[in-house]
Design a binder for this molecule. Structure first.
Ligand SMILES: Cc1cc2nc3c(=O)[nH]c(=O)nc-3n(C[C@H](O)[C@H](O)[C@H](O)COP(=O)(O)OP(=O)(O)OC[C@H]3O[C@@H](n4cnc5c(N)ncnc54)[C@H](O)[C@@H]3O)c2cc1C
Length: 473
């Protein structure tokens, strides 16, 4: 039997059920397809997949190809509509079936439906992005608890995480002929030259890099030991695991991360931090199963709650946020980090999301789409789910919002983070760094910044915006 493995967000060969299954029954043809639809411009006027994410994706596909080459085979790489490409490959290689991991959100499931309706052989779908396998959940997806804590308690009590599958030792590749070449970075529109030395990490795509990062964070630097107490950091590589980009593209599976936490607990140390990393992976599952339950509601302005909202949709107003020019240093520093590197801390993400959706009163979907374009760890369920949550149309019905200045004082007390990303404020001392407006003209001169000229005035009055949010509450 000849099986095509259609790789999508599962760019690995370890813990890969379709691959293991196919290897048991004959020859395989691994395939990756660059679908032009995923690289087009969105209705918001920026690309669906920006340069940082494209670069990380190409590196990950290349690494997958190299892994197959080391096993004596190759990865077929094509660009085009997946249904048409797979149909052509099925015909050309006389394949008997196509195996893939099934997704849960509409663009992805519709792509699967188009494939199935065009190809003449079965499309066999597996589930494997989550920590807990959907078949092991102690409830139907439609009965997913409305609150995360209930979900977590139920899965922790009643399910166990399946063991990762071993990498197949011998793979019997079909004769692949011309496997095709990867798009070059330039022709693919990647317009970033080199990295940014301020980046928290030099993120490089691929399965081996994922494992290198995991081994560094868990076993070499022993950073996992303190994860719960460092995870709200903003600067440096090791305040959190930084595994998200590799998890998002499936260069490593959540089950493998879980298995390594358990190994660390057995061999090194078990504490609240080791538990907390798994706790965060359960959040990831929750957003995935929520997306499956609620379908396209997760993309609506009123979210899964179906709230009737009217929000601003002014592109110029939005651009100030996206380009880090709001005049609120803590927000701008985070937005510039995202723009320059494709990554932002969880603390930063919560603040900038709350600021856009609540203080600026913008349609939060603009922000979610910007994150989709920018983030190297973009994951449809985690991104849209977290955005909705922070825009108060998701799973937490409370009118929660962040007090941006309190957050800045708490998490960037000395202003080191802000100064890293806003060099125009590099001379401003800590007492003014989050409250630039309290500097006199003489002080501005002394600290080398002319507010309004070198750095924008705040686009809004924070206190007034909190008052409005409370009243709307
Ligand atoms: C507005 C907003 C948008 C976000 N968009 C994404 C996204 O597109 N992709 C993404 O992977 N995460 C997203 N997150 C969640 C979180 O910010 C990132 O997963 C985390 O910052 C990644 O860094 P890390 O790997 O060091 O995380 P760690 O703190 O080391 O956590 C370990 C892993 O747990 C998972 N995780 C942690 N926090 C969350 C969370 N709140 N929700 C879901 N999973 C979580 C991630 O897979 C992460 O890699 C978003 C959060 C917010 C507030």
């Amino acid at each position: 039997m000849k099986s095509i493995i259609w790789h999508r967000n599962d760019l690995r060969i370890k813990d890969h059920e379709p691959l293991v299954t196919a290897c048991k029954h004959g020859q395989i043809l691994p395939v990756y397809i660059f679908d032009p639809a995923l690289f087009e411009s969105t209705m918001y006027g920026f690309p669906k997949t920006g340069s940082h994410r494209k670069r990380f994706l190409i590196e990950s596909v290349e690494a997958l190809r190299n892994a197959y080459r080391q096993k004596g085979g190759d990865l077929i790489v094509r660009t085009g509509n997946p249904a048409e490409v797979l149909n052509e490959i099925c015909d050309h290689y006389q394949a008997d079936r196509v195996l893939c991991y099934g997704e849960v959100t509409s663009e992805e499931t519709e792509a699967e439906e188009r494939v199935q309706s065009l190809i003449q052989v079965p499309l066999v779908k597996f589930r494997g992005h989550a920590l807990y396998h959907p078949n092991d959940l102690p409830f139907e997806i439609r009965e997913l608890p409305v609150v995360f804590t209930q979900f977590r308690k139920k899965v922790e009590k009643k399910c166990s995480v399946r063991k990762p599958l071993p990498e197949p030792e011998n793979i019997n590749f079909a004769d692949l002929g011309d496997p095709g070449s990867l798009p070059g970075l330039g022709s693919f529109g990647v317009d970033i030259s080199g990295g940014d030395e301020r980046s928290v990490l030099e993120f490089k795509g691929g399965e081996e890099e994922a494992w290198n990062r995991l081994n560094h964070y868990f076993f070499e630097s022993d950073s996992l030991r303190n994860y719960k107490f460092t995870r709200n950091g903003l600067l440096g590589a090791d305040y959190s695991s930084k595994l998200s980009p590799w998890l998002a593209l499936g260069c490593i599976s959540a089950r493998s991360v879980h298995a390594e936490v358990k190994k660390y607990e057995r061999e090194v140390h078990k504490n609240v931090s080791t538990y907390w990393l798994i706790f965060e992976l359960i959040w990831r599952d929750y957003f995935r199963y929520s997306a499956e339950k609620h379908g396209n509601k997760i993309f609506r302005l009123g979210g899964i709650q179906g709230k009737n909202l009217e929000k601003r949709t002014d592109p110029e107003w939005f651009k100030k946020w996206a380009h880090g020019m709001t005049g609120i240093p803590f927000i701008d520093a985070n937005m510039r980090e995202l723009w320059q590197t494709g990554y932002m801390s969880n603390r930063g993400r919560q603040n900038v999301a709350s600021f856009l959706a609540q203080n600026m009163d913008m349609d939060w979907r603009w922000g979610a789409a910007w994150f989709e374009s920018m983030l190297i760890d973009y994951d449809v369920c985690s991104n849209w789910g977290n955005w909705a949550y922070n825009a108060t149309v998701g799973h937490d019905p409370r009118n929660r919002y962040f007090n941006i200045l309190n957050q800045a004082d708490k998490y960037d007390k000395k202003g080191e983070y802000v100064r890293t990303w806003l060099p125009e404020l590099s001379e401003v001392p800590s007492e003014f760094i989050h409250k630039l407006h309290t500097m006199s003209p003489d002080q501005q001169k002394l600290f080398g910044v002319n507010i309004a000229k070198d750095y924008p005035e705040p686009i809004l009055d924070l206190e007034e915006s909190y008052e409005r949010i409370r009243q709307e509450g």
